[in-house]
Design a protein around this ligand. Structure first.
Ligand SMILES: C[S@@+](CC[C@H](N)C(=O)[O-])C[C@H]1O[C@@H](n2cnc3c(N)ncnc32)[C@H](O)[C@@H]1O
Length: 202
């Protein structure tokens, strides 16, 4: 369901230090699983840098924005707003309606994931409060399952543009090649060589 409509992930709230890794992973997951853009709070500059760096190396298109006005972004969003929360309606019950709303209205979609407590106004403004199970877990897991449901798995087939490097899927080993495919082998940090299971396992 991609076409020209934008799917944007908003990370609502960020505690520097404590949330750095989680916020970075929200961005990486948004990118890997088909969103067009992530918006981080403006105190999450380090996470933004990491996600941009991965996009430069492994491809896009994917945009990262830092914004101070989280409340206003949600309030003024011109399109559909989904808020992921353990208290929401079951994803399996509403995923079709969300897809239909986005398609029918040719609307952009904002997917909001929280960190610490989110304001009640977000529950009220959201067109859908969606639970990926009604059990407490993590924004990264919730986002991954929601995006995969939204795109019906099609995001797994996505092609990447402007990548420096590409992972070669294989049963065993860690091979990363130039994106052209033929200009030598690099490892994930950009050094020459490939890493196989007998040499190193992270
Ligand atoms: C540490 S949790 C906070 C849990 C919070 N009490 C809540 O409202 O979901 C941080 C974020 O993870 C996401 N999350 C946690 N459990 C979820 C679930 N079962 N379904 C969807 N999203 C979830 C929500 O976006 C939440 O804001």
């Amino acid at each position: 369901m991609h076409e020209e409509r934008e799917v944007v992930v908003l990370r609502y709230g960020h505690r520097p230090g404590r949330d750095d890794r989680m916020t970075t992973h929200v961005g990486l997951t948004a990118r890997a699983l088909g969103a067009d853009r992530v918006i981080f709070p403006d105190n999450a500059g380090q996470s933004a840098e990491t996600v941009r760096d991965i996009t430069d190396r492994f491809g896009g298109p994917f945009a990262v924005e830092l914004r101070a006005d989280q409340k206003a972004i949600v309030r003024n969003w011109d399109g559909v707003v989904v808020h992921l929360t353990m208290y929401g309606e079951r994803v399996q019950d509403v995923e079709g309606d969300v897809r239909e709303d986005v398609r029918a209205g040719n609307e952009d979609l904002l997917v909001v994931v929280g960190g610490e407590k989110v304001p009640w106004a977000l529950y009220e403004r959201a067109d859908y409060n969606v639970g990926v199970t009604n059990q407490p877990h993590s924004e990264v897991a919730g986002l991954a399952v929601f995006l995969d449901r939204l795109f019906d798995g099609e995001e797994l087939e996505r092609e990447w543009t402007d990548a420096d490097r590409r992972v070669v899927p294989e049963a065993t080993g860690k091979t990363v090649v130039d994106a052209d495919g033929d200009a030598g082998v690099v490892d994930a940090d950009g050094d020459a060589g490939s890493v196989h299971a007998d040499e190193s396992v992270d």
